[in-house]
Design a protein around this ligand. Structure first.
Ligand code: ATP
Length: 479
């Protein structure tokens, strides 16, 4: 499984999906750049989310708030005081770990060995420790009691557990004193809360309504590994849905289902997705669960659905001294709305799609690598090849390319044997390959090859657009 993940990471780099940031300087840990194919995939996924959330609901509007915000925002939201992770150091290797993740790793190992009772006991102890007043000490005691060793050195020589704040600080303006300290936002949600009235008034919205946003967030993660799964700079797709107090659980259930359905509609097999209830509710939440995907390195979160109560709006009302209430014209009531949030990681969604799509298949004694993306998400929708570089075929292929490029992202390739050109496209997930051959020059038909079945149809060149549009519409993921 680890090998499979390495293979996917290396394909991502080799074919231009994702590169290490600042690679020529040796790279920067936990920062990545999207290459030509990655950026296409990312834009398609974020567009699809935007369409589903904003265009798909007449009571949801979008915003694009700034990353820098007034420092009081993060005081009010609780992030200055409570956005911490428990860290612990291995004295032998000097490596740093998240204490709760070490214990989770221990639980996973017990489960793997079939020691389900022990795993359940440690899990219960972990939940208790996370919720303890002295959580760092409780986590440390559990690590010691379970004799959990360092995953890298095997040593049992731990420092105490300390809380570590995940927000990045920087200075705004020319003066570098405490007064000018601001934070890079650790979540996009606060840009929505502070704009609650602006969007509600300008959009003439009535509760229940939602505000959606896609944007960067920054967290100084203690351990950042597993490629783009855990980065220090990443992108979130978040929606805050404002409801009347008391109606939050209904909205929470409905949004949980809608968000799961969205991933399935993207092509993810339902058996690869599951719900995970939070062990410790965040300071603002009255219910929270995550959608997890089965990555090659195990089940992990891709999206959280959180019922955030009126915590954020009430806190901003208190700290900013501005009323955050809503007046309900129907019932004549005044209240601070409750909030249900859907918070998906764009990068984690990309990683999930890459892992899910990756296949190695035997074809006539050869191995082919193929990314079986939903055709709507594939970086290129169509590749077009002249069979040979003469007899007017390149010109004809370019003419078809020009025709299609208004509607689809098209890749033109005239180099090498056609079989190899097919393989190159399979490896990046291009669902359709069109070949212009001798017969095209006679009767204006082309062959169009399907990535998944490898079957070829011959169709009139003038029907290509309809053919592809129909096939995309009819596409269903493999069972
Ligand atoms: P985790 O427990 O994995 O640290 P979280 O519960 O802190 O995640 P949320 O605060 O709920 O995450 O953020 C919502 C979403 O943002 C997550 O489901 C994830 O997809 C994404 N996300 C959070 N942290 C990172 C990160 N460091 N790198 C990439 N994506 C992230």
């Amino acid at each position: 499984m680890a090998d499979l993940f390495e293979t996917i990471v290396s394909l991502s780099k080799r074919r231009g999906f994702i590169f290490q940031s600042s690679e020529i300087y040796g790279g920067l840990a936990a920062a990545y750049d999207y290459g030509p194919l990655g950026v296409e995939l990312k834009r398609k996924v974020s567009d699809r989310w935007w369409k589903a959330m904003v265009y798909g609901h007449d009571n949801i509007e979008g915003v694009d708030a700034s990353i820098f915000m007034h420092p009081m925002v993060w005081k009010a939201s609780g992030h200055v005081d409570a956005f911490n992770d428990p860290m612990i150091d291995d004295r032998a290797s000097k490596k740093r770990y998240r204490a709760d993740r070490l214990i989770e790793g221990h639980i996973a190992r017990l489960e793997k060995k079939g020691k389900d009772d022990a795993a359940a006991r440690v899990h219960a102890a972990l939940v208790e420790a996370l919720n303890a007043d002295e959580a760092p000490k409780a986590l440390y005691d559990l690590i010691v009691a379970e004799e959990i060793r360092s995953p890298d050195s095997g040593a049992f020589d731990w420092t105490a557990v300390r809380q570590f704040n995940l927000m990045f600080e920087t200075q705004i303006g020319a003066l570098a004193d405490g007064e000018n300290t601001i934070y890079l936002r650790p979540e996009t949600a606060q840009g929505i809360f502070v704009n609650f009235h602006n969007v509600r008034e300008t959009g003439r919205l009535q509760v229940p309504f939602g505000i959606a946003q896609i944007g960067k967030a920054f967290r100084n993660e203690i351990v950042a590994r597993q490629f783009i799964f855990r980065m220090r700079e990443f992108e979130q797709m978040e929606m805050q849905y404002f409801v009347k107090p008391g109606e939050q659980m209904e909205a929470y259930e409905a949004w949980s289902q809608k968000r799961l359905d969205w991933h399935v509609a993207n092509g993810i097999r339902p058996s690869k997705l599951r719900w995970h209830q939070h062990e410790k509710l965040a300071h603002y939440a009255d219910a929270a669960q995550d959608i997890q995907f089965e990555f090659p390195f195990g089940w992990n979160e891709i999206e959280g659905i959180h019922s955030r109560t009126d915590f954020d709006l009430s806190a901003h009302q208190e700290y900013a001294g501005k009323k955050m209430e809503y007046f309900d014209p129907q019932t004549q009531e005044r209240y601070i709305p409750y909030v249900v949030e859907t918070s998906a990681g764009l990068d984690r969604t990309i990683l999930m799609l890459l892992c899910h799509a990756y296949r190695e298949e035997e074809v006539g004694g050869d191995k082919r690598t193929v990314l079986k993306f939903n055709p709507e998400l594939a970086p290129y929708t169509v590749a077009i090849f002249p069979l040979v570089k003469k007899e007017g075929m390149p010109e004809k292929a370019h003419a078809i390319e020009a025709d299609l490029s208004g509607q689809f992202n098209v890749y033109y390739d005239e180099k090498g044997a056609v079989g190899r050109r097919y393989r190159r496209q399979d490896e990046i997930g291009t669902p359709f390959c069109i070949t212009v051959d001798g017969q095209t020059m006679e009767d204006d038909t082309v062959t169009i090859r399907d990535r998944d079945t490898m079957a070829q149809d011959r169709i009139p060149a003038e029907n290509i657009q309809h053919y592809i549009a129909d096939r995309i519409e009819q596409w269903t993921p493999e069972a």
